[in-house]
Structure formats: C-alpha cells, structure tokens
Design a protein around this ligand. Structure first.
Ligand code: ADP
Ligand code: MG
Length: 345
C-alpha cells in the first residue's frame, strides 16, 4: 500500500500479543496514519469484552487509552438484558451480526462518556471513535502506569468516607443530569486517579427510563455499600441512598447538581444507626419490585389498599412517579390515561 514501514511495524508490535482481527488492525493502522496517535504501547487490560491499550501522541506529548471491543459473538452473549427496552436498540441490534453489535456498544460508551463528561463527574474524556475502537483520555502517571482500579488502590483509610460521599454524588448526578444508571458500578469499574474516583466502563449504562434501570441502580448501590462497609465506612441505608439519587428536588429547595454541593448534603445527612430493623428494611427493599411507570404497577389492588389504610410510606416508588399518592383519589385520571392511548410501540 506504499505506507511507511515504521507505521506498519508499530501497529503490528502493538497487536502481536493479542490476536486482533484484520479489520481492527486496519482501524488502528488508519488511526496511526491520521495522527490520532503516533505509537501504540502495550496492552493495559485484556477483558472478556474489550482490550485496552495505551497509545502516545508525540507532540505535544500526550497519552491515550484505546479501547478495542471484541467482535467475537460470545463476548457479548450475556448483554441482552441491557439492550432489551433500550429505544436506541429497537431496530439496530442485530445478534446475527457481531460487528454491528460491537460497533453499537462502542457508540453507546462514547455517547454515555460524552454525557457524563459534561458534568463534573470525573470520567476519561472520549476523543475519537471508529467502528469498535474508542480512543479516550488515559488515566495514569506520566511514566505510563495506568491508575489502579478502586479494588487494587492503596488509599489512606481516612479518605474513605469522603470518597464514598463523592461516589454517591456522582450516582445522583448521573441519574438526574445524564439520565443514566451505570448498571455495572463496582470497585472494578472505578479507577483511583489523582486522589479521586473516576467512573469508567459505561457501555452498558442504561437510560433512566429503561425498564430495568431501577433494578440496576439498586445493584449499583449494593456494590458500592458493600465495598465501603468493608472499609469501615458508616454507610447509609440502601433505600436511603436510592431516594437520595432518584428523588426530584422540591421546587423550592432545588439542589445544584454538583459534586461539591451534593457531598455537603450527604455530610449533613444523619447517619442513622444501622439497626436490625434497617438491615431488614434494606433486605426487603432489595426484594421489592420497583415499577418504572404506572402501567408496570403489578399489584395495583394491594397498593390501593395501602393507600386507603394510610400506609403510603410503604410504597417504595411513592416519590418516583411524580404522583402525589396521598391526594390521589380520582378515577378520571385512569380514564384519560386510557384515552391518551399507548403511544409506546
Ligand atoms: P472491560 O471491563 O469491558 O474490559 P473497562 O472499560 O472496564 O473494560 O476497561 C478495562 C480496564 O482497562 C480497566 O479496569 C482499567 O484498568 C483500564 N482502563 C480502561 N480505561 C482506561 C483509561 N481511560 N485510562 C487508564 N486505564 C484504563
Ligand atoms: Mg470493566
């Protein structure tokens, strides 16, 4: 092809440890030629679904992370639950064409990173996308060592409570501002970089109105609490966190959705003593089904009874639906719901 040999060498060197398919090699090769980066250094991570490499721009010197999604069908086999119900994938998700599929995952990760990057949640800046190859900001030292995952990070124990509150603030901003639930949040998908937690791996993050989003959110909360509880942080109850993340601020007490403000809210939030009752409350909360909208309420009669008995605080989703359940006694609203019809597909 008349391309300089050194470039070919570089793309070959980068990929010789892992067998990359010719298309992927071609994409990396083009990126080298276009000057997206000047060199690919070693592999930072080989995962089930993606490999991540470190790349270099020479002038001015800059390091990049290059995430290459694997095109093997099996790599994405168990991802279906993130896709079902996602509007974006309504027509485009083709299980029979793995190349199209991974391209969508890479696009989704890029779109989600962009959305999160606009807020003050620390995430690597997405820089370039071509098919299933995503180039982003590298999180690590200037010598090229990637920052550790939270799971491996060595952190002064005194910092844990503050990091915990910051992470809860990120989760709220992600929900309220980005309209996303991470859906795979744990110490494996958080990097500890410049003494802060950075969120990564957001390709499976779902829209807040995805039918499973609240279930995923609940799992995220549990993972986060489990991690920090083991590090002796006095954690909040899972239900308490769920409300903190999802509750719309009342109009007269609007919260600026910034990490600084929200952590100050959390700093002042009473750490209720964790009683057996709270533990069982969390256990019940984990089991309870959270409807996404009124059509999903599966035990409507049971819930109506709770309302009649004045037990509205037993409805977990009371504050989520934007319905003032206490004053809700009109049947004509249901009628108008019917009339407005299902404009969902
Ligand atoms: P997956 O879990 O699907 O393999 P991740 O996005 O979690 O993909 O990335 C895998 C690993 O690669 C991370 O745990 C982290 O160690 C490293 N990594 C990912 N993105 C970056 C980045 N921007 N900077 C430095 N390291 C990164
Ligand atoms: Mg990961």
């Amino acid at each position: 092809m008349g391309l300089p040999n050194s470039t070919t060498d570089k793309s070959q060197r980068a990929t010789q440890d892992q067998v990359l398919d010719p298309r992927t090699r071609m994409i990396l090769f083009r990126m080298l030629n276009k000057g997206v980066f000047d060199d690919i250094k070693g592999c930072i991570s080989t995962g089930k679904e993606a490999n991540v490499y470190r790349a270099l721009i020479e002038e001015p010197e800059q390091q990049l992370a290059v995430k290459v999604y694997k095109t093997a069908i099996l790599a994405f086999k168990d991802r279906e639950r993130y896709v079902v119900g996602e509007h974006r994938f309504r027509f485009g998700y083709s299980k029979s064409n793995p190349r199209k599929m991974v391209k969508l995952w890479a696009e989704k990760e890029t779109r989600n990173l962009k959305r999160i990057f606009k807020t003050d949640i620390p995430v690597p800046k997405p820089l370039h996308l071509n098919k299933h190859v995503l180039v982003m900001e590298f999180l690590g030292t200037s010598e090229g060592y990637p920052s550790p995952k939270l799971k491996d990070a060595i952190i002064d124990p005194q910092k844990y409570p503050q990091l915990y509150n910051q992470l809860l603030a990120y989760m709220r901003i992600m929900y309220q501002e980005c309209r996303l639930v991470h859906s795979d949040l744990s110490e494996y998908n958080i990097l500890y970089h410049e003494e802060k937690l950075w969120i990564i791996d957001v390709s499976q993050s779902v829209e807040h109105d995805h039918p499973m989003s609240l279930e995923f959110l609940r799992m995220d909360i549990k993972n986060v609490n489990d991690y920090f509880r083991k590090r002796d942080v006095e954690v909040f109850g899972e239900r308490q966190i769920f409300m903190f993340i999802t509750e719309k601020p009342k109009p007269d007490t609007e919260w600026p959705e910034t990490v600084g403000y929200l952590t100050s809210v959390l700093d002042d939030l009473p750490h209720l003593e964790i009683t057996d009752e709270m533990k069982s409350d969390d256990a019940v909360f984990r089991e309870v089904y959270i409807p996404r909208n009124l059509n999903d309420v599966f035990d409507i009669e049971g819930d109506v009874e709770k309302v009649i008995d004045g037990q509205t605080d037993k409805l977990v989703y009371k504050d989520l639906l934007g319905v003032n359940i206490e004053n809700y006694n009109s049947s004509d609203e249901f009628d108008s719901e019917d009339e407005s019809g299902e404009d969902e597909e």
